[in-house]
Each structure stands twice: as C-alpha cells, then as structure tokens.
Design a protein around this ligand. Structure first.
Ligand code: G3P
Ligand code: CA
Length: 368
C-alpha cells in the first residue's frame, strides 16, 4: 500500500508543469558540450576501489569527476565504501568474528569510525569454500600493501587539495548508498551528505558535483525538501537498476520488498525523472542491448529521451577486464566509441579512467 501511495506521489509530482520544465531544461542542455570521464570508485582497475591511492591515481589520470559511494557508521560518520557491508573489502571477519548479523554480513552501521579505520582494506574479494578469491583476479593483488577506509570529508579534502596544488578543477560524484536501509536503521544519510557537501562549498548547479542515488523516492525528497531547506541546488542523477537486483527496497508492513523500476523504462520514464533530476546513470545494456552484434547495434531510446528532457546520461560501468567487453565491441576503445559517439552519452563511469581520457584526447572529442 505504502509503495502504491509513494508511486502515486511521484506521478502527481512529475505531472506538474511538465512542458515548461522540459523547455527550460532543453535550454540548459544546450550549454553542455563537454563529454566527461567519471572515475568509478577511483582508478579502481589499478588499485583497491575507494582507496585514497585509487583516488589520487584517478586524479592524476585526468578524470573529470571522481566517484564516492557513501555509507554511514554507527557513530554517524560518512565513509567511502561501495557496500553497506564491510566484508567484501576489509578484514572485518577476522578482527570481529562475532559481530556479523544473522545474514552473515558485517554492516558498516554496526561499527564506529575508529573501529572501521582500524581494519585493513583490500581489493574486493569473495569467500569461496573458506578461501578468499579476488573479484578481479588480474587486478591489484588482495591483502597487499596497506589501505584503509576513509571518510567522505577526507576524500573531498584530498580532491580539493589537489585542485589547489595542481590548478586543475576536478569534480566529485558522491552516491548516497541505500538510504532506505539507513533510514530503517534510524539514520538520515542524505541530510548528513548534504551537510558535508555544503561545508565544502558544493551548493549550486554549476559547482563540480553530481549527487547520485538509486532510490527515486529519496532523490525526490532531496530535490523537493532537503535542497531547499539547505539553501542548495546541486545536480542530481537518478541511477537506474533492474528491479531484480534488490538495489532499492521499500518497507511494506515492516518487510523490505524491491522497489519496482519498471516505470523508468516506459515511454514517459525520462520525462518523469527530468522533473527532479538533471541526469541519469543507466546500466550499459539499458542503452545498447545485449542482443546487439558487431553488425547490428540495438540502441534503445533512453539517451534520446533523456536528452529531449534536458538530462545528461552517464552509464556504468566501463571495464576492460576479461569478459567485461560486450560482444558487439571489438575492444575497450571500440566500446567507448559506440557509447560516446554512436549512442551519444555525455560521460561514462569507468574503472580505467586513463583509457577513457586518452580516447577522448585522441578523438579530439573535448577540445584538447
Ligand atoms: O554509481 C554509478 C555506478 O557506480 C553504479 O553502480 O554499484 O558500482 O555503485 P555501483
Ligand atoms: Ca556508485
């Protein structure tokens, strides 16, 4: 029932002033000329995801924006981690074996910042048959060197510090992770993130920040309630998932059920999103279907529709690891060519920012 009411609220909200907003956004869109590279979890193809080292490397490689996935700790600190669990990238299971929940996971929200900072962080791994196996076997080796989890503020200070020392102006691309989960645990992660962004000067549309989230209800709340309350107006990006991934959940009678993303793929999906967001972050196959072949690219209408309503499109995730380049592309650069030039996206999330930056330079796509 709550879900139905939520959806009705979205529909009522997005139904207002549709044509005027779309026209305004079209005008804004004409100003957007530069194709961008977003360093996905830093230069995560080369160094452990979300480590400070990966962020510095992405910066040096010339990424336009560097991504931060953000979750909250027990003591309300914001840390940069992809999962709201600690067990895929740290030695939490070894240090705190008795602090897992019933589902076997170690939740960041159950640990203080001090405890989390005391853990070793590594390249992502899975546990198979009692053994740790690297998620990407050809990447940086697991458990080597010394990496630690850091806060959102610490990462912003790194990027802003580099902006000062290099004279460059690289942006941030934070993602509020699982706001539905945090809220259920009594924590308002969105308010905490906005406070940090405001403190560090990210308050206006033309500031170098995109705030992304998979949860449409939360993005609508940010747009309509929180940004006005904070006197802020920054760019928002709606990430798009498949319903079956359980990326966003809603609570119905106390039980978490998957949020239904189907409406985003309907004809009016982009128009509705454009009422509260400045861009979308779709999964690559939502733009070029996996049925595509080298001679026959099947490109969906999503980019065309998003552009019609003035939104930018930044698909995820461009990887060059084995098995990660779709069969319709000859190699990584061909995949970039397809997306930047044939599909017409405005930017890409990639674990290999050097390759995308170089591609845009070689193709003279963004005014080098
Ligand atoms: O935020 C864009 C992309 O990062 C979404 O996927 O799961 O890597 O956060 P994920
Ligand atoms: Ca992300």
């Amino acid at each position: 029932m709550k879900k139905i009411i939520g959806l009705l609220l979205v529909l009522v909200f997005v139904g207002c002033s549709t044509i005027n907003v779309a026209e305004e956004k079209k005008t804004e869109k004409t100003k957007e000329t530069k194709k961008i590279v977003v360093a996905h979890r830093g230069a995560s193809g080369y160094l452990p995801e979300h480590s400070m080292a990966a962020k510095s490397m992405a910066y040096a490689m010339g990424a336009d924006y560097i991504e931060q996935d953000v979750v909250m700790t027990k003591d309300n600190e914001l840390v940069v981690l992809h999962d709201h669990y600690l067990d895929r990238v740290t030695n939490v299971a070894e240090v705190y074996p008795y602090r897992k929940r019933e589902d076997g996971r170690y939740y960041a929200i159950d640990f203080t910042l001090k405890e989390i900072k005391g853990l070793k962080m590594t390249e992502g791994f899975n546990v198979k048959g009692g053994k740790t196996v690297a998620g990407f076997p050809e990447r940086f080796p697991i458990w080597k060197s010394d990496f630690r989890v850091h806060t959102l503020a610490e990462e912003i200070e790194l990027i802003q510090g580099l902006n000062k020392s290099t004279g460059e102006n690289i942006g941030i691309y934070p993602e509020i992770k699982a706001p539905w989960f945090h809220r259920h645990e009594g924590k308002d992660i969105s308010v905490a993130v906005l406070k940090v962004l405001k403190k560090y000067g990210y308050t206006q549309k033309n500031d170098l920040v995109y705030l992304q989230c998979f949860d449409p209800n939360e993005l609508i709340r940010i747009k309509t309630e929180l940004l006005p309350e904070f006197g802020m107006d920054i760019k928002l990006v709606q990430l798009i998932a498949e319903t079956s991934w359980d990326e966003t959940m809603v609570y119905e009678d106390g039980k978490a059920v998957p949020y239904n993303y189907d409406w985003m793929f309907e004809e009016v999906g982009m128009e509705k999103i454009s009422q509260y967001a400045d861009g979308i972050g779709p999964w690559k196959p939502m733009l070029v279907t996996n049925r595509s072949t080298k001679g026959n690219l099947i490109i969906t209408d999503m980019v065309k529709d998003a552009h019609r309503y003035g939104m930018v499109v930044h698909p995820y995730t461009f990887r060059l690891d084995k098995g990660r380049i779709p069969g319709y592309a000859s190699n990584f650069e061909d995949m970039l060519d397809i997306f930047y030039n044939k599909v017409g996206v405005d930017g890409v999330f990639t674990d290999f920012p050097d390759r995308a930056v170089n591609f845009l330079k070689v193709k003279k796509i963004r005014g080098y």
